[in-house]
Design a protein around this ligand. Structure first.
Ligand SMILES: [Fe+2]
Ligand SMILES: [Fe+2]
Length: 259
């Protein structure tokens, strides 16, 4: 079973490179299923119903989110109608939507979970304990569990990967928009990477317009961060999974740069 996991999609540049490249990538690497982080898909801020539909139409099976989940107000009511959009599991009880989702690919159930870190992010419930409890529940239905751990600190993300080694198929970091060079398989068969990176404008600061971000650092005055334009990048990883054990056999980088 081969999974493509795509790092944070930023605005139209991110969506357009995905639209143009996804079918080639799927064919070239014999990808069975695609999961993307979509927390920045709508102009860098959250996701709308229309944009989620657009992404699903490209052949994406699940969309994970992060700290930008509620940037587009319409998602608050839409998320309960669309289980393929997964928000962080460790939000307070009663939060709309779900923190995990199980779907079938080639008659094999696949579980996807989204978690938020707490280092330099909101003080949510403990992601480690929340994950442990949810894995117990998901394991009754599937042995393939893919975790998107949305966090700022590489230490917290590596800690989660080691904590879940042998319990899940992969712990894939998102949020920093900068791909890390630590992708590997841990001793008990769990794949990990601290950050998958970003799918959006390359000549940018985390996907945003360079001039306005530099201006903010220089002046500390409020500035609007628009999505940058120009050359685009797609950052992703490919997982090869043994569906009988749920272990990951390999994790490799898949990056594309395009005018
Ligand atoms: Fe992001
Ligand atoms: Fe984020």
């Amino acid at each position: 079973m081969k999974v493509l996991f795509v790092g944070d999609i930023v605005g139209k540049p991110g969506r357009s490179i995905l639209a143009e490249e996804l079918s080639h990538i799927k064919e070239e690497h014999e990808i069975d299923t695609v999961i993307v982080n979509g927390e920045n898909a709508a102009g860098g801020r959250g996701i709308t119903a229309a944009i989620a539909e657009e992404l699903f139409s490209y052949g994406i099976d699940a969309i994970t989110m992060g700290n930008h989940t509620w940037d587009q107000k319409e998602l608050v009511s839409y998320i309960d109608k669309e289980p393929r959009i997964i928000r962080p599991l460790n939000y307070p009880p009663g939060t709309p939507g779900q923190g995990s989702y199980i779907y079938e690919c080639k008659n094999i159930p696949i579980g996807v979970m989204n978690l938020s870190g707490r280092v330099y992010l909101d003080a949510l419930d403990c992601p480690f304990r929340a994950a442990e409890k949810e894995i117990e529940r998901l394991k009754r239905e599937t042995n393939i569990i893919l975790v998107d751990f949305h966090g700022e600190a590489t230490s917290e993300k590596q800690a989660m990967a080691w904590f879940l080694d042998g319990k899940v198929t992969a712990v894939l970091g998102t949020h920093t928009h900068v791909q890390t060079n630590d992708a590997r398989i841990l001793p008990m068969g769990t794949a990990m990477i601290a950050d998958v990176g970003m799918t959006g404008p390359r000549d940018s600061i985390l996907g945003r317009d360079v001039k306005s971000v530099v201006e903010r650092f220089l002046t500390h005055m409020p500035t609007r961060f628009g999505v940058a334009e120009g050359v685009r990048q797609l950052n992703a990883v490919i997982l090869d999974i043994d569906h009988k054990t749920g272990n990951c056999l390999s994790i490799s980088y898949k990056n594309v740069i395009k005018e």
